[in-house]
Write a protein that binds this ligand. Structure first.
Ligand SMILES: Nc1nc2c(ncn2[C@@H]2O[C@H](COP(=O)(O)OP(=O)(O)OP(=O)(O)O)[C@@H](O)[C@H]2O)c(=O)[nH]1
Ligand SMILES: [Mg+2]
Length: 308
Protein backbone atom coordinates (compact mmCIF):
# COMPACT_ATOMS: atom_id res chain seq x y z
CA UNK A 1 0.00 0.00 0.00
CA UNK A 2 2.69 2.39 1.10
CA UNK A 3 4.86 1.42 -1.92
CA UNK A 4 1.97 2.04 -4.31
CA UNK A 5 1.51 5.44 -2.83
CA UNK A 6 5.18 6.39 -3.33
CA UNK A 7 5.20 5.04 -6.87
CA UNK A 8 2.21 7.21 -7.69
CA UNK A 9 3.94 10.24 -6.21
CA UNK A 10 7.09 9.61 -8.24
CA UNK A 11 5.11 9.11 -11.45
CA UNK A 12 3.21 12.31 -10.75
CA UNK A 13 6.43 14.26 -10.28
CA UNK A 14 8.01 12.78 -13.43
CA UNK A 15 4.91 13.45 -15.47
CA UNK A 16 4.64 17.01 -14.28
CA UNK A 17 8.30 17.95 -14.93
CA UNK A 18 7.96 21.01 -17.11
CA UNK A 19 10.28 21.74 -20.02
CA UNK A 20 10.84 25.18 -21.48
CA UNK A 21 13.37 26.79 -23.76
CA UNK A 22 14.32 28.89 -26.75
CA UNK A 23 14.60 27.26 -30.16
CA UNK A 24 16.15 29.76 -32.53
CA UNK A 25 15.80 29.38 -36.28
CA UNK A 26 18.74 30.82 -38.21
CA UNK A 27 20.26 30.55 -41.67
CA UNK A 28 20.84 32.28 -44.98
CA UNK A 29 17.99 34.11 -46.77
CA UNK A 30 15.19 32.26 -48.53
CA UNK A 31 15.91 28.76 -47.21
CA UNK A 32 12.50 28.35 -45.51
CA UNK A 33 13.03 29.53 -41.91
CA UNK A 34 9.69 31.32 -41.69
CA UNK A 35 7.84 28.48 -43.40
CA UNK A 36 9.25 26.10 -40.79
CA UNK A 37 8.33 28.31 -37.84
CA UNK A 38 4.77 28.70 -39.10
CA UNK A 39 4.46 24.91 -39.35
CA UNK A 40 5.59 24.48 -35.75
CA UNK A 41 3.35 27.25 -34.44
CA UNK A 42 0.38 26.26 -36.60
CA UNK A 43 -0.31 29.91 -37.47
CA UNK A 44 0.93 32.22 -40.18
CA UNK A 45 2.93 34.42 -37.84
CA UNK A 46 5.80 35.08 -40.23
CA UNK A 47 5.30 36.26 -43.76
CA UNK A 48 6.69 34.09 -46.55
CA UNK A 49 7.60 35.09 -50.08
CA UNK A 50 9.86 33.79 -52.83
CA UNK A 51 12.09 36.87 -52.39
CA UNK A 52 15.02 36.86 -50.01
CA UNK A 53 15.13 39.22 -47.00
CA UNK A 54 11.43 38.75 -46.40
CA UNK A 55 11.83 38.60 -42.61
CA UNK A 56 13.25 41.79 -41.08
CA UNK A 57 12.68 41.23 -37.36
CA UNK A 58 13.16 38.53 -34.78
CA UNK A 59 9.66 37.11 -34.30
CA UNK A 60 8.74 34.80 -31.44
CA UNK A 61 6.29 31.95 -31.96
CA UNK A 62 5.32 30.20 -28.75
CA UNK A 63 4.01 26.64 -28.60
CA UNK A 64 2.50 25.47 -25.33
CA UNK A 65 1.67 22.01 -24.06
CA UNK A 66 0.66 20.80 -20.59
CA UNK A 67 4.26 20.10 -19.69
CA UNK A 68 6.29 22.18 -22.13
CA UNK A 69 6.72 25.61 -23.65
CA UNK A 70 8.81 26.01 -26.80
CA UNK A 71 9.70 29.59 -27.70
CA UNK A 72 10.69 29.61 -31.36
CA UNK A 73 12.46 32.62 -32.89
CA UNK A 74 12.24 33.28 -36.58
CA UNK A 75 15.07 35.55 -37.71
CA UNK A 76 16.14 37.47 -40.83
CA UNK A 77 18.34 35.58 -43.29
CA UNK A 78 21.99 36.39 -42.70
CA UNK A 79 23.58 38.75 -45.22
CA UNK A 80 26.52 41.13 -45.32
CA UNK A 81 24.90 44.47 -44.49
CA UNK A 82 24.94 47.10 -47.23
CA UNK A 83 22.94 49.71 -45.27
CA UNK A 84 21.84 50.38 -41.69
CA UNK A 85 18.54 48.49 -41.92
CA UNK A 86 20.47 45.34 -42.86
CA UNK A 87 22.87 45.91 -39.97
CA UNK A 88 19.93 45.89 -37.63
CA UNK A 89 18.52 42.76 -39.32
CA UNK A 90 21.87 41.04 -38.82
CA UNK A 91 21.86 42.03 -35.14
CA UNK A 92 18.49 40.30 -34.71
CA UNK A 93 19.99 37.14 -36.24
CA UNK A 94 23.13 37.34 -34.12
CA UNK A 95 21.09 37.83 -30.94
CA UNK A 96 19.46 34.48 -31.68
CA UNK A 97 22.87 32.80 -31.35
CA UNK A 98 23.37 33.90 -27.79
CA UNK A 99 20.17 32.87 -26.03
CA UNK A 100 19.25 29.56 -27.69
CA UNK A 101 18.72 26.24 -25.93
CA UNK A 102 18.53 24.54 -29.32
CA UNK A 103 19.59 26.01 -32.66
CA UNK A 104 17.92 25.09 -35.93
CA UNK A 105 20.33 25.99 -38.74
CA UNK A 106 18.15 25.92 -41.82
CA UNK A 107 19.70 25.32 -45.22
CA UNK A 108 18.21 23.95 -48.42
CA UNK A 109 19.13 21.48 -51.11
CA UNK A 110 20.40 24.28 -53.36
CA UNK A 111 22.80 25.83 -50.90
CA UNK A 112 26.42 24.77 -50.61
CA UNK A 113 27.82 24.41 -47.09
CA UNK A 114 30.42 27.10 -47.76
CA UNK A 115 27.90 29.72 -48.92
CA UNK A 116 28.39 31.82 -45.77
CA UNK A 117 31.27 30.15 -43.96
CA UNK A 118 31.87 33.07 -41.66
CA UNK A 119 28.44 32.73 -40.06
CA UNK A 120 28.46 28.94 -40.17
CA UNK A 121 31.76 28.91 -38.28
CA UNK A 122 30.12 30.89 -35.49
CA UNK A 123 27.21 28.43 -35.43
CA UNK A 124 29.68 25.53 -35.24
CA UNK A 125 31.09 26.95 -32.02
CA UNK A 126 27.68 27.02 -30.34
CA UNK A 127 27.56 25.26 -27.00
CA UNK A 128 23.96 24.14 -27.48
CA UNK A 129 22.68 21.32 -29.72
CA UNK A 130 22.40 22.28 -33.39
CA UNK A 131 19.99 20.61 -35.80
CA UNK A 132 20.84 21.26 -39.44
CA UNK A 133 17.53 21.34 -41.26
CA UNK A 134 18.19 20.39 -44.88
CA UNK A 135 15.02 21.86 -46.33
CA UNK A 136 13.12 21.64 -49.64
CA UNK A 137 13.82 17.94 -50.15
CA UNK A 138 10.51 17.71 -51.99
CA UNK A 139 12.54 19.12 -54.89
CA UNK A 140 15.28 16.53 -54.62
CA UNK A 141 15.82 12.82 -55.23
CA UNK A 142 17.30 10.06 -53.09
CA UNK A 143 20.71 10.03 -54.75
CA UNK A 144 21.18 13.79 -54.54
CA UNK A 145 19.97 13.74 -50.95
CA UNK A 146 22.49 11.08 -49.91
CA UNK A 147 25.29 13.26 -51.28
CA UNK A 148 23.96 16.34 -49.51
CA UNK A 149 23.63 14.58 -46.16
CA UNK A 150 27.17 13.29 -46.54
CA UNK A 151 28.44 16.79 -47.39
CA UNK A 152 26.72 18.31 -44.34
CA UNK A 153 27.85 15.49 -42.04
CA UNK A 154 31.47 16.12 -43.10
CA UNK A 155 31.08 19.85 -42.85
CA UNK A 156 29.29 19.96 -39.50
CA UNK A 157 30.12 16.73 -37.64
CA UNK A 158 28.66 17.84 -34.29
CA UNK A 159 25.22 18.59 -35.68
CA UNK A 160 22.32 16.30 -36.45
CA UNK A 161 21.34 16.57 -40.11
CA UNK A 162 17.59 16.32 -40.70
CA UNK A 163 16.33 16.24 -44.31
CA UNK A 164 13.02 18.11 -44.30
CA UNK A 165 10.30 19.66 -46.39
CA UNK A 166 8.70 22.49 -44.44
CA UNK A 167 6.33 23.07 -47.34
CA UNK A 168 5.06 19.47 -47.43
CA UNK A 169 5.52 19.04 -43.66
CA UNK A 170 7.82 16.10 -44.19
CA UNK A 171 9.88 15.24 -41.08
CA UNK A 172 8.61 18.30 -39.22
CA UNK A 173 6.97 16.11 -36.55
CA UNK A 174 10.30 14.33 -36.04
CA UNK A 175 12.07 17.67 -35.58
CA UNK A 176 9.44 18.66 -33.02
CA UNK A 177 9.93 15.38 -31.12
CA UNK A 178 13.70 15.86 -31.12
CA UNK A 179 13.35 19.44 -29.87
CA UNK A 180 11.18 18.21 -26.98
CA UNK A 181 13.87 15.68 -26.06
CA UNK A 182 16.58 18.35 -26.11
CA UNK A 183 14.59 21.02 -24.28
CA UNK A 184 15.79 21.72 -20.71
CA UNK A 185 13.52 21.43 -17.73
CA UNK A 186 12.24 24.73 -16.41
CA UNK A 187 9.30 26.96 -15.79
CA UNK A 188 7.56 28.67 -18.73
CA UNK A 189 9.02 32.01 -19.85
CA UNK A 190 5.71 33.43 -21.07
CA UNK A 191 2.07 32.98 -20.01
CA UNK A 192 0.86 29.57 -21.16
CA UNK A 193 -1.72 31.11 -23.51
CA UNK A 194 0.84 33.40 -25.23
CA UNK A 195 1.43 32.94 -28.95
CA UNK A 196 3.96 35.66 -29.76
CA UNK A 197 5.77 38.73 -28.44
CA UNK A 198 4.56 40.93 -31.27
CA UNK A 199 1.55 43.27 -31.29
CA UNK A 200 -1.51 43.21 -33.53
CA UNK A 201 -0.18 46.32 -35.27
CA UNK A 202 3.03 44.48 -36.12
CA UNK A 203 1.11 41.72 -37.90
CA UNK A 204 -0.92 44.30 -39.85
CA UNK A 205 2.35 45.85 -41.04
CA UNK A 206 3.76 42.47 -42.02
CA UNK A 207 0.65 41.43 -43.94
CA UNK A 208 0.77 44.65 -45.98
CA UNK A 209 4.55 44.38 -46.49
CA UNK A 210 4.09 40.84 -47.79
CA UNK A 211 1.85 42.21 -50.57
CA UNK A 212 4.48 44.82 -51.47
CA UNK A 213 7.10 42.05 -51.70
CA UNK A 214 4.78 40.00 -53.91
CA UNK A 215 3.49 42.68 -56.27
CA UNK A 216 6.49 44.95 -56.84
CA UNK A 217 9.85 44.30 -58.42
CA UNK A 218 13.50 45.15 -57.94
CA UNK A 219 14.33 47.64 -55.19
CA UNK A 220 10.76 48.72 -54.34
CA UNK A 221 9.98 46.11 -51.62
CA UNK A 222 13.36 46.72 -49.98
CA UNK A 223 12.82 50.50 -49.89
CA UNK A 224 9.38 50.12 -48.30
CA UNK A 225 8.31 50.20 -44.67
CA UNK A 226 4.81 50.10 -43.23
CA UNK A 227 3.43 51.95 -40.25
CA UNK A 228 0.00 51.48 -38.70
CA UNK A 229 -1.22 54.93 -37.67
CA UNK A 230 -4.59 53.82 -36.37
CA UNK A 231 -6.00 50.50 -35.24
CA UNK A 232 -9.53 50.80 -33.84
CA UNK A 233 -11.44 47.68 -32.94
CA UNK A 234 -15.26 47.62 -32.54
CA UNK A 235 -17.50 44.61 -31.95
CA UNK A 236 -17.87 43.90 -35.64
CA UNK A 237 -15.10 45.72 -37.46
CA UNK A 238 -11.46 46.79 -37.18
CA UNK A 239 -10.61 50.14 -38.77
CA UNK A 240 -6.99 50.45 -39.83
CA UNK A 241 -5.15 53.44 -41.28
CA UNK A 242 -1.69 52.65 -42.50
CA UNK A 243 1.18 54.49 -44.18
CA UNK A 244 3.43 52.94 -46.81
CA UNK A 245 6.80 54.70 -46.64
CA UNK A 246 9.21 54.70 -49.56
CA UNK A 247 12.54 56.44 -50.07
CA UNK A 248 11.86 58.49 -53.24
CA UNK A 249 9.07 60.26 -55.17
CA UNK A 250 9.53 57.92 -58.14
CA UNK A 251 8.94 54.93 -55.85
CA UNK A 252 5.75 56.56 -54.55
CA UNK A 253 4.47 56.77 -58.12
CA UNK A 254 5.24 53.10 -58.70
CA UNK A 255 3.51 52.01 -55.49
CA UNK A 256 0.36 53.93 -56.44
CA UNK A 257 0.47 52.85 -60.09
CA UNK A 258 -1.51 54.14 -63.08
CA UNK A 259 -4.84 55.51 -61.82
CA UNK A 260 -4.14 53.92 -58.44
CA UNK A 261 -4.57 50.38 -59.75
CA UNK A 262 -1.44 49.00 -58.08
CA UNK A 263 -2.13 50.27 -54.58
CA UNK A 264 -5.75 49.17 -54.86
CA UNK A 265 -4.53 45.62 -55.39
CA UNK A 266 -2.33 45.89 -52.29
CA UNK A 267 -5.37 47.10 -50.34
CA UNK A 268 -7.74 44.40 -51.56
CA UNK A 269 -5.30 41.52 -50.99
CA UNK A 270 -4.16 42.85 -47.60
CA UNK A 271 -7.75 43.23 -46.43
CA UNK A 272 -8.54 39.62 -47.35
CA UNK A 273 -5.56 38.36 -45.34
CA UNK A 274 -6.26 40.70 -42.42
CA UNK A 275 -9.87 39.46 -42.22
CA UNK A 276 -8.56 35.91 -42.10
CA UNK A 277 -5.93 36.76 -39.49
CA UNK A 278 -8.23 38.70 -37.14
CA UNK A 279 -11.40 36.78 -38.06
CA UNK A 280 -13.25 40.08 -38.31
CA UNK A 281 -14.39 42.56 -40.92
CA UNK A 282 -11.61 45.02 -41.80
CA UNK A 283 -11.75 48.57 -43.10
CA UNK A 284 -8.32 49.46 -44.46
CA UNK A 285 -7.04 52.84 -45.62
CA UNK A 286 -3.59 53.09 -47.21
CA UNK A 287 -1.50 56.22 -47.81
CA UNK A 288 1.92 56.51 -49.42
CA UNK A 289 4.57 58.89 -48.10
CA UNK A 290 8.21 59.57 -48.92
CA UNK A 291 10.74 59.40 -46.11
CA UNK A 292 14.02 60.03 -47.81
CA UNK A 293 16.68 57.36 -47.27
CA UNK A 294 14.91 55.94 -44.17
CA UNK A 295 16.91 52.71 -44.46
CA UNK A 296 20.13 54.55 -43.66
CA UNK A 297 18.88 56.84 -40.88
CA UNK A 298 19.07 55.79 -37.28
CA UNK A 299 16.14 57.91 -36.13
CA UNK A 300 13.86 56.43 -38.76
CA UNK A 301 15.01 52.90 -38.02
CA UNK A 302 14.36 53.40 -34.32
CA UNK A 303 10.89 54.74 -35.11
CA UNK A 304 10.21 51.63 -37.18
CA UNK A 305 11.38 49.34 -34.36
CA UNK A 306 14.72 48.18 -35.74
CA UNK A 307 17.17 49.38 -33.11
CA UNK A 308 17.71 46.88 -30.32
N1 LIG B 1 9.84 23.48 -52.53
C1 LIG B 1 9.90 23.99 -51.29
N2 LIG B 1 9.86 25.32 -51.11
C2 LIG B 1 9.92 25.79 -49.84
C3 LIG B 1 10.04 24.93 -48.71
N3 LIG B 1 10.10 25.70 -47.62
C4 LIG B 1 10.00 26.99 -48.02
N4 LIG B 1 9.89 27.05 -49.37
C5 LIG B 1 9.78 28.25 -50.23
O1 LIG B 1 10.98 29.00 -50.12
C6 LIG B 1 10.70 30.41 -50.22
C7 LIG B 1 11.30 31.12 -49.01
O2 LIG B 1 10.61 30.70 -47.84
P1 LIG B 1 10.69 31.54 -46.49
O3 LIG B 1 10.07 30.70 -45.42
O4 LIG B 1 10.15 32.92 -46.69
O5 LIG B 1 12.28 31.61 -46.30
P2 LIG B 1 13.12 32.40 -45.20
O6 LIG B 1 14.31 31.58 -44.90
O7 LIG B 1 12.25 32.75 -44.04
O8 LIG B 1 13.55 33.71 -46.00
P3 LIG B 1 14.05 35.15 -45.42
O9 LIG B 1 13.06 35.62 -44.42
O10 LIG B 1 14.08 36.01 -46.63
O11 LIG B 1 15.41 34.93 -44.84
C8 LIG B 1 9.18 30.52 -50.32
O12 LIG B 1 8.84 30.64 -51.68
C9 LIG B 1 8.69 29.20 -49.74
O13 LIG B 1 7.43 28.81 -50.24
C10 LIG B 1 10.08 23.51 -48.95
O14 LIG B 1 10.17 22.68 -48.04
N5 LIG B 1 10.01 23.11 -50.25
MG1 LIG C 1 11.74 34.59 -43.27
Amino acid sequence: MQLDYYLCEILYIVRMAHKAGFVNIIGNPNVGKSTLMNVFVGEKLSIITSKSQTTRHRILGIVNGDDFQIVYSDTPGVIKPAYKLQESMLNFSKSALSDADVLLYVTDIYEKADKNEEFLNIVKKAEVPVLVILNKIDQSNEEELDDLVEMWTNHFPNAEIIPTSALKQFNTQNIFNRILELLPEGAPFYPKDALTDKTERFFVQEIIREKILKFYKKEIPYATEIEVEEFKEDDKIIRIRSIIYVERETQKGIIIGHKGVAIKKVGVESRKDLERFFDKQIHLELFVKVRKDWRSKEDDLRKFGYQQ
